[in-house]
Design a binder for this molecule. Structure first.
Ligand SMILES: Cc1cc2nc3c(=O)[nH]c(=O)nc-3n(C[C@H](O)[C@H](O)[C@H](O)COP(=O)(O)OP(=O)(O)OC[C@H]3O[C@@H](n4cnc5c(N)ncnc54)[C@H](O)[C@@H]3O)c2cc1C
Length: 491
């Protein structure tokens, strides 16, 4: 077999997966059909969990350099009256990063691609389209064609991951059906570059819940600004995309004296999740596995979460450390998680698109004090490796600041990590846990605080920093270690 893993598609999700597999030392090939990074307007937002994954990849500082902290999102009616507020907390949050960032998707993709250069064992081929896939049981055979030279060829790998976007060829090959969650609308998306400062446009994202023309404004980094504008059924995509028509639609916010049109595209926003994410040695991730309307800015985020969940499992299976049934937990953990984001985005889209009355918003996102305020969601993983009876497991463990100023995840590296109260550890012989990185809490007040908040004396973290299980007694600690051993050798 030539490669441990072949990835189809070098979009942001394929590039993130290639980096993670590179860190795990897997011999990886990425086939990408296009010559250059996609340059029509797409993602502008990612969250703190995703920044934490960029940290694991080793690009967080560089990404932070091209990103902007997002203060939040406001929903207003046709008269500009505030209907619903979704503020983002200021400062560093539990994941060790700000809770929400604005960015330019090609910048991120450039950084992720560049960072692959450090791995001699990760190869990328541009202009190279995957044309056929044959799962032979013991390995996968992948056929490709170079669209520039016409050259064809074949490679073999242990696993193949389709990160090949919404029209995924891999998904079609797997014959995986899409579960439609019911949202389907056309929106015009326009990026402009301001020629002069326009602070009056504001730093918050604004959802204009105007039944006559629902639309969204986004404050992007530097002088870039985004408008997303819904189309009526009778409007023609080509006609509405002409410069004259776009300026008419933007007229209530700005004129050609203020800005130049940079990029525009009409998209059909959909809400779909593939029913199957694994078939034998074939797997799906990113838009190939799910698509969401962009109202929460979570499509790309979900794809990055997919590969964080998948990469360490592929590493364990590829190196013979675990039975490949471990890969079944990928879909079972991720599908319920991503569905919660998509369902919330569909709910938001429904409110933006209908006459979003104050009553409707309050009914959809009620707060105890009677106001309409929304908070970010952080659902647990679906059923998989963790003990479903333990409500603390299956959730992301906070990235506590270390006493030396460092970050917990950097200390934990790519393996499992046991975070444990010294007293509990002292009741048991330490060498039992030598397979894990053991981080004790006495000299680490922030870690201790996290454990206290969860009311736990020990937590075992997976390589993706989700909690595999918790323990309060030595018996539970022993059980936890046995549970981890279900993925065979741990470390
Ligand atoms: C208007 C808009 C706004 C958005 N806003 C946000 C946001 O704010 N936040 C957010 O998180 N998400 C957002 N998204 C979603 C986000 O852009 C996507 O989820 C993300 O780009 C998907 O990445 P991907 O790598 O899965 O797929 P893609 O980026 O589509 O990459 C797939 C790659 O596979 C390649 N490929 C396809 N078939 C083959 C083949 N047979 N052989 C070889 N290569 C192949 C393609 O050329 C492509 O490069 C938005 C999307 C849109 C349209």
């Amino acid at each position: 077999m030539q490669f441990d893993v072949v990835i189809i598609g070098l979009g942001p999700v394929g590039a993130a997966l290639a980096n993670l597999l590179g860190l795990f030392g897997l011999k990886t090939m990425v086939l990408e059909r296009e010559a250059a990074i996609y340059n029509l307007p797409r993602a502008v937002h990612f969250d703190d969990e995703v920044m934490r994954i960029f940290q694991a990849i080793g690009v967080a500082e560089e990404v932070a350099g091209v990103a902007r902290i997002n203060p939040g999102m406001r929903f207003v009616d046709a008269d500009g009256t505030l209907l619903l507020d979704w503020p983002r907390p200021e400062g560093i949050g539990p994941n060790g990063w700000n809770s929400s960032y604005r960015f330019h998707q090609p910048d991120l993709e450039q950084i992720l691609r560049r960072s692959l250069d450090r791995f001699g064992h990760v190869t990328t081929r541009l202009n190279t389209e995957c044309t056929a896939i044959d799962d032979r049981g013991s390995h996968v055979e992948v056929h490709y064609r170079n669209n520039r030279t016409g050259e064809t060829g074949q490679i073999s790998a242990g696993y193949l991951v389709g990160c090949d976007g919404a029209r995924s060829f891999v998904r079609q090959t797997m014959q995986a059906a899409m579960d439609d969650l019911g949202f389907r609308e056309r929106w015009l998306v326009v990026d402009v570059l301001l020629k002069r400062p326009r602070p009056d446009l504001g730093d918050h994202t604004v959802q204009f819940c105007d039944p006559a023309r629902p639309s969204t404004y986004v404050r992007c980094p530097e002088n870039r600004r985004r408008w997303e504008i819904s189309l009526r059924d009778d409007e023609d995509a080509d006609e509405i995309s002409t410069s004259g028509s776009v300026w008419q639609l933007l007229a209530k916010w700005l004129t050609p004296q203020d800005a130049e049109l940079e990029r525009k595209a009409v998209y059909e926003f959909r809400s779909v999740v593939a029913g199957e994410w694994r078939n034998g040695r074939l797997l799906l991730a990113g838009d190939a596995a799910h698509q969401t309307p962009p109202f929460m800015g979570q499509g790309l985020c979900a794809g990055i979460r997919d590969v964080s969940n998948l990469a360490w499992k592929l590493a364990r299976c590829s190196t013979g450390c675990a039975d490949d049934s471990l890969l079944d937990t990928y879909a079972s953990e991720r599908i319920p998680h991503v569905r919660q984001y998509i369902e919330t985005a569909v709910r938001l889209g429904g409110l933006i698109n209908t006459s979003a009355t104050q009553e409707a918003l309050q009914a959809a996102f009620p707060q105890a004090d009677g106001s309409a305020r929304m908070a970010s969601i952080a659902p647990p993983l679906g059923p998989g490796l963790h003990n479903a009876q333990d409500p603390r497991a299956g959730r992301l463990f906070p990235q506590a600041a270390l006493a030396n100023g460092g970050r917990l995840d950097d200390k934990c590296g790519t393996g499992f990590a046991l975070i444990v109260d010294e007293d509990l550890l002292a009741e048991h012989e330490l060498d039992r846990y030598e397979k894990f990185l053991v981080q004790t809490t006495r000299s680490e007040p922030e870690i201790r605080r996290c454990l206290d908040q969860m009311n736990a004396r020990a937590v075992l973290l997976r390589p993706d920093r989700y909690i595999l299980g918790t323990a309060d007694t030595t018996t539970e600690l022993k059980h936890l270690v046995t549970q981890a051993s279900k993925t065979k050798k741990v470390s």
